[in-house]
Design a protein around this ligand. Sequence first.
Ligand code: NOJ
Length: 749
Amino acid sequence: MPNDPVRFDQLDPAIEARVNKLLPQMTLAEKVGQLVQIVPFQMPNPDEFAKLLQQAHASGQPPKLDPQPRPGIEQQIRAGQVGSLLNLTDLELVNRYQRIAVEESRLGIPLIVGADVIHGFRTVFPIPLAEACTWDPALLERASRVAAEEASAHGVDWIFAPMVDIARDPRWGRIAEGAGEDVFLGAALARARVRGFQAGDLQSGRRVAACPKHYVGYGAAEAGRDYNTVDLSERSLREVHLPPFKAAFDAGAGSVMSAFNEIGGVPATVNHLTLRTILRDEWQWPGLVLSDYEAVLELVNHGVAADLADAARLSMLAGLDMDMVSDAYAQHLTTLVDAGAVPEALVDAAVRGVLRLKLALGLFEHPYADAALADQLILREDSRALALQVAQESMILVKNAGGLLPLASSGQRIALIGPLADSRQDLLGTWVLSGRAEDVESVRDGLRAVLVGQEPTYVQGCAVKGDDGLDLPAAVAAAQAADVVVLVVGESADMSGEARSRTQLGLPGRQQELIDAVASTGTPIVVVLLSGRPLVVARLAEQAGALLVAWHGGIRAGRAVADILLGAVNPSGKLTASWPRTEGQIPLYYAHKNTGRPWEGAGTTQFGEPFKSRYIDAPNDPLFPFGYGLSYTTFGYRDLRVETPIIGNDGTLIVSAVVQNSGARAGAEVVQLYVRDLVGSVTRPVKELKGFQRIMLQPGEQRTVRFDVPASELGCISLDMRYTVEPGTFKVWVGPDSTGGLEGHFEVR
Ligand code: NOJ
């Protein structure tokens, strides 16, 4: 395990002294320079970029951007006009620009290089939504550390992750980048990932600062459309969307990226409530606030700034410290200060934040990355092994009728069918700057590695998207000649992530036709579903004998799938976002409110029938609920004990239950604790996760699982808008998912 991680959220007197010495030496222009983050190369225009992406997709290689340096960049750095570079991962270039900053700029202040290392650098792990399904903070801490190790060796100082946005709408493509729908789990994983990124003993000899994002409410975009309007109550903001940020700060994160969206009419970039009142006044957090990409400029589109100068003024006044790419601060801040429209003290405060971070990272002492180390630290065997473990734990078995899985490793004729069965690029998922398809094991590669004495018949069947390549006869023939079909279907990597919202969450292209044709043969089907979000797959789930949700699982995903299908690994992942039956149910999440006419209750009779909060054409509940996932073994729950039936609001709830492996294989279970506050000054969710433990049990083994929940975690934003632990009766459940479990009560007095 890592040593104690570095904290970037606390004022260190030695660092403050250095900041105090440096700041008065800086001209206003040099100060402003520190607040400017630029992309160090020229991006291709959108048409060229689309062409490159297409080529990349066809070749299975990352896009060949062949970036040209931004004109005049060296001069800008030399003149102290740039504080930070974005998404530069070419170590030689990083060192070259850094040398100019350190040796040729007047004050020698180093650059800070920030990059999107979302689920690994070269060792690409499963997408974060998949990682979350491990419910294994310690494991994700190690995975984040590997990402930091590799990225820092390449000169990255600042990782733009974890994304801690709560997402309850799978239409939103960025649900892939976060931990899912739950606040408690989201906070736990945010802490773990910050600790991993900020590990104090990286072998690169460098340090990395995490940057939780996107502050705040970005996941609540109306209609799941990326960048769309958000209109949240302050209560939901505080109860649902803020806690994972607070958790990340409590773990030592000293920077944050503000979001693109507005909340109730006020864009996050200029939001005094979130940037000043909450961050600074309430939380006393001294960290650095960075805008999202061109978000300052986008204030003009939002319609709250007249032009770029106005946008710069409003952002600085609101407490936005660093401008990512808009060039608003670079072009206008000096003039705004000279004109008295922005107090220089605000600029100073922002610059302090940047200098503090650079000093705490040790950049003044160790500005350069070491090329020899970079090669050694990349894709190490132990990192690849970890990527395999994360992939294995992230996959969720949601159906296994008649024990179709695991398959026998020999003697069963397998037909491997589907457009994603032999794809490598798609397993990388969204947001991979440095990942390479050549590092990936496809599902076909994985099966080849574990099957004894047979090569499965392989038929692609159709393309992931569009109409090309449909070959039903070949798929049917392969299925007929096999004992079992392994069907690998889902979304391609470019269908989730930023700006990848969808309105229809079924399988794209002709995939359902392919499945129908294969199903018509009667050969049992094991479906491996690869995606960046929960999909709407009720029909597929019926047709499948077994269904494994495998996400975009990173470089070892193919091997992990094979290990699970063949039984070398017992699946243990549990969903962290509900899977809807139909798009019309969205947003869908387990921690919903009861309403005055709950769908499970008797309803209120009007016109001779019960009127309830439900649909007339679909059930309310999801196809697969939050927390759900099967194993090749079974787990029995019994003997719930509420050891503290009455607690004070400063006490601790202690609850235990006995969990037994009642099947024939060893397996891991994620034991979950939920509560419900029955009567509050305001309405409370019908269930809220407040504890979880991942335990490993041998066949027949039983364990008493004990949860200690501080009463301080049972509060809500009460009627007076203060966080309060209200007295009253709570229900508590301990169980395998969010739908059932052993039930008890306790009281807070
Ligand atoms: C925009 C995205 O919203 C953000 O997550 C990312 O870090 C920046 N672009 C920089 O690439």
